[in-house]
Design a binder for this molecule. Structure first.
Ligand code: AMP
Ligand code: GLY
Length: 401
């Protein structure tokens, strides 16, 4: 079949294309980037395909799903109505509260004074978020009330904000393939959002991920899917939203049980790069069935583990430097079990974005995948390249992060 990965130009879209190519489908990635083999660099609306899989959040939020469906296309990915889950945190939080989904206490604001009053009423630490799309980079978590107030003021200059109480506990990423009614689960992943080792420094789009996550028990997972995912989908249905596509739920495993940090309306990046190697059978029926509203197949996943290390450009996340020549990609990809997914690379193989490549390593066990990933990373270099050296480290040490 012909499958189009529609919208987006990063490592996630490369990985989705690679997944369908691996099972013999004819793949198009639109637009993609110059280092994705199947990229058109053009508009997905110009592509003819049997199935469209939406890639990035901006495309979903701006209604690419609606436009493709209006042309009679089969689309795995929600319409703009479902996109509000990610496009507006205030909308998402209101839906969670109405649907009885556990999440952090919050307030949404368009003016500073009530936001300050709300912040002062919280015990701290504090969380300040933009209510507009900020690609995972619009969140401050701080114990310092003064810093929270200053950040609220700065973010209000760009639009509405959401203020939350901070939750504590390990974070995991859940991926549900939804057909509007039912959903199928993919293996649980963990991302590493801070730029530095030991979860230090600013938040990023994600510096590395692995799957599956050994420390999450089945009972906790069942509860998280039921209370966080199932109830959200029911809430969407109650609002007349026929949500077909992946629902990516960031969950914090708190002392009071799993709670939603946020929902996203597309795959995680780099979690997607850790999931696609684990598919043990052709995912076409699964995705096409969900897109058609008849999810019948279950995902068939291998028992392997996958570790993804994201390699970032000098200055990421604040101001990534472009134009640095990247060496060693082919040598890394030559290792068995390793795929290098292109994110911020130009046609000449120079840095052209914040996260430049994602090194994805799959092996029989988490320790083996971890060792393989870093062996591959050591083959790649450019001036100013940086990455985390502790992806999956706590899980490997048996520590629940
Ligand atoms: P988000 O973009 O909403 O996923 O937030 C980015 C990161 O900020 C999350 O991965 C969490 O680490 C952190 N975060 C967001 N909301 C909260 C919260 N209410 N409590 C604690 N940490 C949070
Ligand atoms: N991995 C974080 C994200 O995709 O938003």
């Amino acid at each position: 079949m012909r499958v189009c990965i529609a919208g987006g130009k990063g490592g996630r879209e490369h990985a989705l294309g690679w997944l369908f190519d691996r099972f013999g489908h004819d793949v198009v990635v639109a637009p993609g980037n110059p280092r994705i083999p199947w990229a058109t660099l053009g508009d997905p609306l110009d592509v003819d395909a049997d199935l469209f899989v939406l890639g990035d959040d901006a495309s979903v939020v701006s209604g690419l799903g609606d436009r493709l469906r209006a042309k009679g296309r089969l689309v795995f990915g929600p319409n703009a109505d479902g996109g509000q889950l990610e496009g507006s945190k205030a909308w998402m939080k209101a839906l969670l509260v109405e649907a009885g989904v556990p999440t952090a206490r919050y307030g949404s604001f368009t003016e500073l004074e009530p936001a300050v009053q709300f912040l002062k009423s919280l015990p701290g630490p504090y969380v300040v978020k933009t209510d507009y799309l900020a690609e995972g980079k619009g969140v401050l978590v701080t114990a310092d009330l003064g810093e929270a107030i200053a950040d609220a003021g700065a973010k209000l200059a760009g639009g509405a904000i959401v203020v939350e109480e901070a939750m504590a506990g390990p974070e995991v990423s859940l991926f549900a393939l939804c057909d509007g009614e039912r959903f199928a689960r993919l293996p649980v992943c963990q991302d590493h959002k801070r730029v530095g080792d030991g979860d230090t420094g600013p938040n990023t789009g994600g510096m590395g991920a692995y799957a599956p996550v050994p420390f999450v028990g089945d009972d906790v997972l069942d509860r998280a899917y039921d209370e966080c995912v199932g109830r959200t989908l029911a809430g969407l249905r109650d609002r007349g939203i026929d949500y077909r596509g992946v629902l990516y739920t960031s969950v914090m495993l708190t002392g009071e049980g799993p709670k939603v940090i946020e929902h996203n309306v597309r795959f995680g990046d780099p979690e997607c790069q850790a999931l696609v190697p684990l598919f043990a059978s052709d995912p076409y029926e699964l995705f096409a069935g969900a897109a058609a509203g008849h999810l019948t197949a279950e995902p068939v996943m291998s028992h392997d583990a996958c570790v993804v290390v994201s390699l970032a450009a000098e200055g990421y996340p604040a101001a990534p430097r472009k134009g640095d020549p990247v060496e060693g990609l082919a040598a890394a990809a030559n290792l068995e079990g390793v795929e290098v997914f292109a994110a911020g690379l130009d046609a000449e193989g120079r840095t052209a974005g914040g996260r430049v490549v994602h090194v994805s390593a799959t092996a029989r066990s988490l320790p083996a995948a971890h060792a393989l990933a870093y062996e591959a990373v050591r083959r790649i270099s450019w001036p100013g390249m940086h990455y985390r050296t502790d992806i999956a480290a706590q899980a490997l040490e048996g520590v629940t992060p």
